[in-house]
Design a protein around this ligand. Structure first.
Ligand code: MBD
Ligand code: FE
Length: 280
């Protein structure tokens, strides 16, 4: 790990908020549905207040904290860390193919396009353990998917994501790329092993973790968004079997099916892992 100025929570938070707002699709939710969901959500919260006899001091603490989440731009972070895993669960329950998990706040569409065998964009002196990952994108009946795309993003050896590290001098598309597998859906990606991630500790989300005595860490992970015509897009993360945070992920996004166990090959790690996509 190199030494450098620590980016501020408000830097990554502001970037995540901007990124979300740029991609936000306008959605219309019916009055009936808003009323049903909002009524139940409020009733659940009211029950918690009764159960714990929440005081006015605690209520004011909550108000101040909610205001601060917005000021820090951390709503995308907070929601993806504490809520998204259940949204993902509910919305992928019908699938038979590869397991997915949460998207998180740091995906940026439009990463550089790369051929089936490629090195992710990285600096000449990019620190980290080299990782070679081979795999195939298939349909449920085992057929390789020719026009698939593996959109990959990950953090660097210092734990930072490009475009979400404030003033740090990380190239825009560092460790982000869209791999186009070959006619059989095969790909071979050369990258580095990602690092465990701590959500920013100097913002409101970090303050909540500290106040509750929770670890702010996520295990190291590779993010992927795997798509192919006629198939449901799979959003997943891949973890590493020797990671100390697998059982203590603040975002509750680890599933056993997503854990890699790479082989050592000299100074590199080598792993094989493909994806099976459900039909759309
Ligand atoms: C991450 O890197 C991440 O993947 C999630 C889900 C939340 C915060 C940071
Ligand atoms: Fe991540």
């Amino acid at each position: 790990m190199s030494t450098h100025a620590e980016p501020k929570a408000s830097d990554s938070g502001a970037s995540a908020t901007e990124t979300f707002m740029r991609q936000q699709r306008s959605s219309t939710v019916s009055t009936d549905r808003v009323s049903a969901i909002a009524s139940d959500a409020l009733a659940a919260l009211h029950e918690v207040i009764r159960k714990h006899e929440v005081t006015y001091d605690e209520y004011d603490g909550l108000k101040g904290w909610l205001i601060q989440v917005g000021k820090d731009g951390e709503w995308p972070l907070w929601l993806d860390v504490f809520i998204e895993h259940v949204i993902e669960e509910v919305n992928t329950a019908h699938r038979h193919g590869s397991k997915g998990t949460i998207l998180g706040p740091y995906y940026v569409p439009g990463a550089p396009e790369l051929p089936a065998t490629a090195t992710l964009p990285m600096r000449d002196d990019e620190p980290g353990t080299p990782l070679v990952w081979r795999g195939q994108v298939k349909s449920l009946n085992g057929e390789g998917l020719a026009d698939s795309v593996v959109d990959l993003w990950q953090n660097d050896d210092d734990g930072y994501y490009s475009q979400f590290a404030g003033e740090l001098d990380i190239p825009k598309w560092n460790l982000r790329g869209r791999i186009h597998p070959d006619d059989e859906g095969n790909f071979e990606i050369h990258t580095i092993r990602p690092q465990p991630y701590t959500i920013p500790t100097d913002g409101a989300t970090g303050a909540m973790c500290r106040a509750a005595g929770w670890s702010p860490y996520r295990p190291a992970h590779l993010h992927v968004r795997v798509s192919a015509p006629g198939h449901e897009t799979l959003i997943a993360q891949l973890y590493f079997s020797d990671d100390q945070y697998l059982d203590n992920d603040i975002a509750a996004a680890v599933k056993p099916e997503l854990i890699l166990d790479p082989d050592r090959d000299g100074d590199r790690l080598v792993v094989e892992r493909g994806f099976e996509l459900d039909p759309a």
